[in-house]
Design a protein around this ligand. Structure first.
Ligand code: F3S
Length: 386
């Protein structure tokens, strides 16, 4: 892989040990994927932020680093809200370790926005090269924004953030972004037929790590977010197109005649929905948008929760919507920021959790050791207040 003079100096250790190690990560990655060079990135998003997922070895590695990020960089959700963690039921020892993780990232110059939806807070433009690592954020950035990022691991996103560059391979190259399989969604009636998290859950299993193009559907941006997050979880989708909707499907005329076609049937979607009893309800995977907070505030109007009901969002989005947050919390539901239903140890205390997300449906059993039930947002509110 070609390195310019300044890259070579970093690799030789002239700017310190941490940049040298980070450059070594990028060079190793570049060589594995046969990248011809490094390219500059405009932002990074780093996962591996919850003490629940990285543990003491991850913390020790972060504390050993001594550098500053070269581009605007945000953190994925951590294991607890930065404020009000005690009320959320987080134990002291976990909170102490999580605070050390946050401090280690702060020293590296990373913004402590702690969200999988950084695109609600910072503008990312079509065609920008990024190094993002949370899989739903990667799917959204590539597919809905038309930016370009591979599905980075936490360490490679951090290395790219510190160096300000990433190897030029995979989804950074326009020719690699063409659709590889066509997906048709059988039409149905009722709100479950329009549940994009459930549709994505089924579609992800069928398309695996290929780039799908959907035909004949018209989801809005929040629905595309849910669709991509679920496909990234049950498959390994990092980019999808929706004919006539997503930016690259409008810019390029993709030839799809020779591609395999798969169908998501209404029976397959409906089969995901079960009517089991649950102990808690959690929505906001990926973190809620302003519109989703508004919808939840409306659904909860005049109702009182009868079981724990957590709504996850970026702190910046919650701050922008104080009226919706207040309306939600009047019902007894809680808007929780900086963390989520999968990466917080709080959720491990429940044996069964209802979610509105196709991604959470896939991850809650393994990550929280709980039974997961999926519903529409309206069904989640009904169960939480029933
Ligand atoms: Fe975000 Fe956590 Fe879901 S990181 S996408 S809310 S699993």
């Amino acid at each position: 892989m070609y390195l310019d003079t300044s890259d070579e100096k970093v690799l030789a250790g002239e700017f310190g040990e941490t940049p040298q190690k980070m450059m070594e990560i990028l060079v190793a990655l570049g060589e594995v994927y046969e990248a011809e060079k490094l390219i500059p990135i405009t932002s990074a998003q780093v996962s591996g932020a919850s003490y629940k997922t990285i543990g003491k070895w991850g913390l020790a590695w972060l504390q050993s680093l001594d550098a500053r990020v070269a581009v605007p960089t945000v953190l994925n959700p951590i294991g607890m809200p930065q404020e009000g963690w005690r009320e959320f039921g987080i134990k002291e020892e976990f909170a102490r370790n999580q605070a050390l993780v946050v401090e280690a990232y702060r020293k590296l110059g990373i913004k402590l926005e702690c969200t999988c939806t950084p695109y609600y807070l910072n503008i990312t433009e079509y065609g920008e090269h990024l190094a993002w690592s949370e899989s739903s954020a990667v799917a959204y950035a590539n597919s809905v924004l038309g930016a370009r990022t591979n599905r980075e691991g936490g360490p490679s996103a951090l290395a790219a953030a510190i160096i300000g560059k990433t190897p030029y391979y995979g989804l950074h190259i326009v020719a690699n972004r063409r659709p590889q399989v066509v997906v048709e969604v059988e039409e149905g009636t009722g709100p479950r037929a329009d549940h994009w998290g459930a549709i994505g859950h089924v579609a992800g299993k069928k398309v695996g790590n290929r780039i799908p193009i959907f035909e004949g559907i018209r989801p809005n941006r929040d629905q595309l977010k849910a669709l991509g997050a679920a496909m990234a979880a049950t498959g390994a989708v990092a980019l999808f197109h929706v004919d006539k909707i997503t930016p690259e499907a409008r810019v390029f005329s993709f030839k799809t005649d020779d591609l395999e076609r798969v169908t998501v049937s209404q029976d397959e979607v409906e089969a995901l929905f079960a009517e089991t009893e649950v102990e808690a309800v959690a929505v906001g995977c990926p973190h809620c948008s302003s519109a989703e907070l508004e919808e939840l505030a409306g659904l909860l109007k005049g109702k009182t929760t009868t079981k724990p009901f957590y709504i996850f969002a970026a702190a910046g989005v919650a701050k922008k919507n104080p009226d919706h947050v207040a309306a939600i919390e009047r019902s007894g539901a809680r808007v929780i920021t900086d963390t989520c239903m999968v990466v917080s140890p709080r959720m491990d205390e429940f044996d069964s959790i209802m979610v509105d997300s196709g991604k959470a449906l896939a991850y809650v059993p393994g990550m929280c050791g709980a039974l997961a039930r999926i519903g529409t947002r309206k069904e989640c509110v009904e169960v939480a207040t029933g």
